[in-house]
Design a protein. Structure first.
Length: 287
């Protein structure tokens, strides 16, 4: 409520005399709680009450000075009128201050409730933040465990591959190579082979190089290792020559015992059938 409206509609006087509507009274009360000017105007009524007391005392003295009954009656009527006019003011002023006190208390309560609501909201936000942080920690821990397990598996796989590479490199480094010649005479006794290989006990693998003659009709080769008595020891198909005139085979040294062996080599033709290509007889010696 603005001061211009208060002055224009004589709100102060109407409030003290109870002549305001409920809505105007509440608006004026909310205004004068924080308005020093309006409070001073209301407190001025206290001065008016003191003035009324003084006027009443003076009128009483004058009534004793006059002898005429008419004047006494007139003075009595004046005093009664003044007192009756001051009664609403005397009653309204304490009521106004009580309303003022009540309005201040209501405002303080509203502020307290607002402060409590703010603290409750902050507490709930912190609780939610704590729950979110706990969830993130659990998720981070699970991800960390998964990454640790994955890293461990990668390390194991790397170690296994490294070990295999080291073994392969060691095998290639120490594997002896033997070249075998084709047995030309089919009637030659396989128990007395021309070629002889000496296999070191320290070698895990050996490499045999088989002599070949280039044949464009051959798609691939099949090699079979057998003893002199005809027992098959090793066989492998789909072999390709490493050069036009040689086929390299890597075999474990444990396949061989001291004695005579025979390599039978067959070629896969375009018709999908194997045909004999060559035969290699040799003797193995273990040292």
């Amino acid at each position: 409520m603005e001061h211009s409206y208060i002055e224009e509609h004589n709100i102060n006087s109407r409030y003290l005399f109870g002549d305001l509507s409920l809505e105007e009274r509440m608006r004026f009360e909310e205004h004068f709680i924080d308005c020093r000017y309006c409070l001073d105007r209301l407190k001025a009524v206290e001065g008016l009450r003191a003035g009324l007391r003084t006027v009443a005392a003076e009128e009483a003295s004058r009534s004793r000075a006059y002898a005429q009954v008419g004047l006494l009656a007139r003075i009595a009527r004046l005093r009664r009128t003044a007192l009756l006019a001051g009664v609403p003011l005397l009653v309204a002023l304490p009521a106004a201050f009580l309303i003022w006190e009540w309005s201040i208390a209501r405002r303080d309560l509203a502020r307290s409730e607002q402060t409590s609501s703010e603290w409750r909201r902050k507490y709930e936000e912190r609780e939610q933040a704590a729950r979110n942080l706990a969830t993130e920690i659990r998720e981070s821990s699970a991800q960390r465990d998964q990454l640790a397990a994955l890293l461990a598996r990668e390390r194991e796989e790397r170690a296994r591959l490294t070990d295999q590479l080291n073994k392969a490199a060691g095998t290639e480094a120490v594997a002896p190579i033997f070249a075998l010649n084709v047995t030309r005479d089919a009637a030659q006794d396989s128990s007395q082979p021309v070629d002889q290989i000496t296999i070191p006990r320290s070698s895990e693998f050996i490499i045999l190089s088989l002599e070949l003659e280039s044949d464009p009709d051959i798609q691939s080769y099949r090699a079979t290792l057998s003893t002199a008595g005809g027992r098959s020891v090793w066989s492998k198909s789909n072999l390709k020559p490493s050069a036009e005139d040689a086929l390299a085979l890597s075999l474990k040294s444990s396949f061989f015992k001291p004695g005579a062996y025979r390599f039978t080599l067959e070629g896969l033709t375009a018709g999908g059938r194997y045909a004999p290509v060559a035969q290699f007889n040799f003797r193995a010696i273990i040292q």
